[in-house]
Write a protein that binds this ligand. Structure first.
Ligand code: HEM
Ligand SMILES: [Mg+2]
Length: 275
């Protein structure tokens, strides 16, 4: 009897420990001295401890482990993103970045964000409810490629109208499209490219993974190929709605020849990363 009581206590204690150590359940907002940046997802991962909670000194290993554990990113896509990320560290040849480095305007951070104001108007790193309300007014209960692209086009038109310094580079435009492809894929269904609006609202507004809304870490690894395929679908709809000729492979007649087109321009000197 005593042994049974002891064993059940031991089992309960183990279950409690594993639950409390589960990073999906371990959410804490930033403490004084911690840093966050303009990417709602990286902020979220730091809030769960998938990335250093300080938001500082993030190495490739930190990023690769964090993105794998949180959202099943493969090592190549983490390397691809890491090389972009360290380009924002003002120290040349750095091997780490901090989340606030990402705020440097027009390195990766761009105008016409979905949930942040343009740098011209103030802090482009902090969530802004009014901006996000405009974005989500274009979404139905389920966000798809059409409504995701509609929100992008609307934000671009608004920012062009109110920001005299408005600009969007090729890289900025590619990031805008990739960001929409990424939130739909990671929070929703990467095949149908649909996601419940309330999951997206939850993550952007709370910077927390929406496990309490039924979201789970994707079972299929997310790769650069999947990102590019989905980015292309968002980009095609964006070009249609924005009435422009944006193309994933601007200099190439053969989409496979990525080295001549999108990827080469997107990754600049980092050509070793991809193909
Ligand atoms: C090392 C990895 C990553 C880097 C370096 C990065 C970088 C950035 C940067 C610089 C921005 C600000 C762009 C702007 O709106 O001005 C941003 C925004 C964003 N990122 Fe990330 N990101 C990373 C990972 C991710 C992941 C894994 C996801 C989703 C699964 C994601 C989704 C988004 C979204 C949706 C936005 C748009 C926010 C908005 O427009 O308000 N990012 N990211
Ligand atoms: Mg921005």
């Amino acid at each position: 009897m005593r042994l049974a009581a002891f064993l059940s206590l031991a089992v309960a204690a183990t279950a409690t420990t594993s639950l409390t150590q589960d990073p999906f359940e371990q959410w804490h907002g930033p403490k004084a001295g911690d840093v966050r940046g303009p990417c709602p997802f990286l902020n979220t991962f730091a809030n769960h401890g998938f990335l250093p909670r300080t938001g500082k000194y993030i190495t490739y290993k930190d990023l690769a482990d964090g993105l794998f554990n949180a959202v099943n990113f493969d090592a190549n896509i983490s390397q691809f993103l890491f090389d972009f990320a360290i380009s924002t560290n003002p120290e040349p040849n750095s091997t780490w970045f901090s989340l606030d480095h990402l705020t440097r305007h027009n390195v990766l951070e761009h105008d016409a964000s979905l949930s942040r104001i343009d740098a011209f108007h103030g802090h482009a790193d902090i969530f802004n409810q009014e901006t996000f309300d405009e974005t989500r007014s274009y979404w139905g209960d389920v966000v798809n490629v059409e409504s995701g692209a509609a929100a992008i086009v609307a934000r671009i038109n608004t920012c062009k109208a109110v920001n005299p310094t408005y600009s969007l580079s090729f890289l900025g435009e590619a990031f805008i499209l990739g960001e929409t492809a990424a939130y739909i894929s990671i929070l929703g269904d990467t095949e149908s490219l649909t996601v419940e609006k309330k999951r997206v609202e939850y993550l952007f507004q709370k910077e927390r993974l929406p496990t309490e809304l039924g979201w789970k870490r994707p079972e299929t690894p997310f790769t650069t190929d999947v990102l590019f395929q989905n980015l292309q679908k968002v980009g095609a709809e964006y070009a249609k709605q924005g009435n422009n000729s944006w193309s994933l492979f601007p200099n190439s007649t053969a989409p496979q020849r990525r080295s001549e087109g999108y990827a080469a321009r997107l990754i600049g000197g980092h050509s070793r990363l991809l193909y």
